[in-house]
Ligand binder design. Structure first.
Ligand code: NAD
Ligand code: UDP
Length: 339
């Protein structure tokens, strides 16, 4: 396998994965409509790796644009990150989310099929386990009802890919269920740059620390957890990127496979705030607020399958996750420059 086509490769996880692939000497094409990312990412990837990935600006719902990009040079596998990911926004704009994520994935697979490309890694999420699963989550657990359109879109795409594999034995699919990616590349050149007010904990904490937001609201302090705040399985985005490279050989085997990508342990919101304060050497003003709708008390992975079958584990320490987040945020207080 040498040429990897990365949808959404200019985004947070995609850009780190592209760095990982270029460093491992893969040829990479990024296909991204830049709806949630910046062209500056391409220069930053070049700075880090000394290599320039091919870039095609396009939308995965545009079959002609995809087909033209596939025709440029033979593609060995697709890594599919492109999609919308804000849970709250998905509740307000469900059609937009189903269109981008589900219809986009259908158009992508149809166009791949027409081009004779049948290997794909898909960005799924721990959210597909639903509300009633018990921790640690394991790949063979039945999936529950998603509590929002974003989660439902991920479950639908997994189902669609699994049905595709059942219908045609030439397809190879690896659905990677991410837990909570945080951190940034150690260079401080690429990182998470959400538009507007962040929904996720880590970018919120780092924007408070850099003085762009006044304080963090901690959603709920009365959960049945050791300190009353929710537990999540936070993993370094560069470990997650490495997981994609290690999943590529699994595509040599046809069929549908699922892997959890997490560390296997949970940290509370309070532990995250305190760890960040220690590393950044400054306080993160915070207050307790009511629970956020749909939040589960505790989510973490059983990541044994990825370790056994892919030889992957997420070993970066919490301290390094915080250091790297802070390096990125303090060097880029306004995110990527806008032109
Ligand atoms: P991101 O928004 O930073 O990256 C997604 C990229 O896809 C962006 O560059 C965006 O411009 C592009 N894109 C969106 N819709 C597109 C379309 N229709 N056509 C072409 N490009 C399009 O998000 P991320 O955090 O890097 O997440 C990547 C993937 O991983 C997403 O599918 C997301 O749902 C999934 N995921 C993310 C997390 C997380 O916590 N970040 C957790 C689980 C799963
Ligand atoms: N969280 C919080 N304040 C925020 C954002 C998040 O207290 O401003 C909490 C949230 O309730 C959850 C944890 O941090 O317990 C992780 O939230 P995030 O949205 O990052 O991930 P997810 O809920 O998808 O696991």
């Amino acid at each position: 396998m040498s040429h990897i086509f990365v949808t959404g490769g200019a985004g947070y996880i995609g850009s780190h994965t592209v760095v990982e692939l270029l460093n491992a000497d893969f040829d990479v094409t990024i296909f991204d409509n830049l709806c949630n990312s910046s062209r500056v990412v391409l220069e930053r990837i070049q700075k880090i790796t000394g290599k320039t990935p091919d870039f095609v600006e396009g939308d995965i719902r545009d079959s002609a644009a995809l087909a033209a990009a596939f025709a440029r040079k033979p593609v060995d596998a697709v890594i599919h990150f492109a999609g919308l990911k804000a849970v709250g926004e998905s509740i307000e704009q469900p059609l937009e989310y189903y269109d981008n994520n589900v219809s986009g994935s259908i158009v992508l697979c149809e166009t791949m099929q027409a081009a004779g490309i049948r290997k794909i890694i898909f960005s799924s999420s721990a959210t597909v386990y639903g509300e009633s699963a018990s921790v640690p989550y394991k790949e063979d657990m039945p999936l529950g009802r998603a509590s929002n359109p974003y989660g439902a879109s991920k479950a639908m795409i997994e189902r669609m890919l699994s049905d595709l594999c059942d219908s045609d034995g030439r397809w190879s699919v690896a659905a990677l269920r991410y837990f909570n990616p945080v951190g940034a590349h150690k260079s401080g050149l690429i990182g998470e740059d959400p538009k507007g007010v962040p929904n996720n904990l880590m970018p919120f904490i780092s924007r408070v620390a850099v003085g762009k937001l006044p304080e963090l609201a901690i959603f709920g302090q009365d959960y049945d957890t050791p300190d009353g705040t929710c537990l999540r399985d936070y993993l370094h985005v560069s470990d997650l990127a490495d997981g994609h490279r290690r999943a590529l050989p699994a595509l040599e085997k046809p069929g549908f496979q699922v892997y959890n990508l997490g560390t296997g342990r949970g940290y509370s919101v309070i532990e995250m705030v305190q760890a960040f304060e220690r590393v950044a050497g400054r306080p993160v003003p915070h207050r307790f607020a009511p629970r956020r709708d749909g939040d589960l008390p505790a989510v973490w992975a059983n990541a044994d399958k990825a370790k056994t079958e892919l030889g992957w584990s997420a070993d970066t320490s919490l301290e390094t996750m915080m250091e790297d987040t802070w390096r990125w945020q303090s060097a880029n207080p306004d995110g990527y420059p806008q032109f």
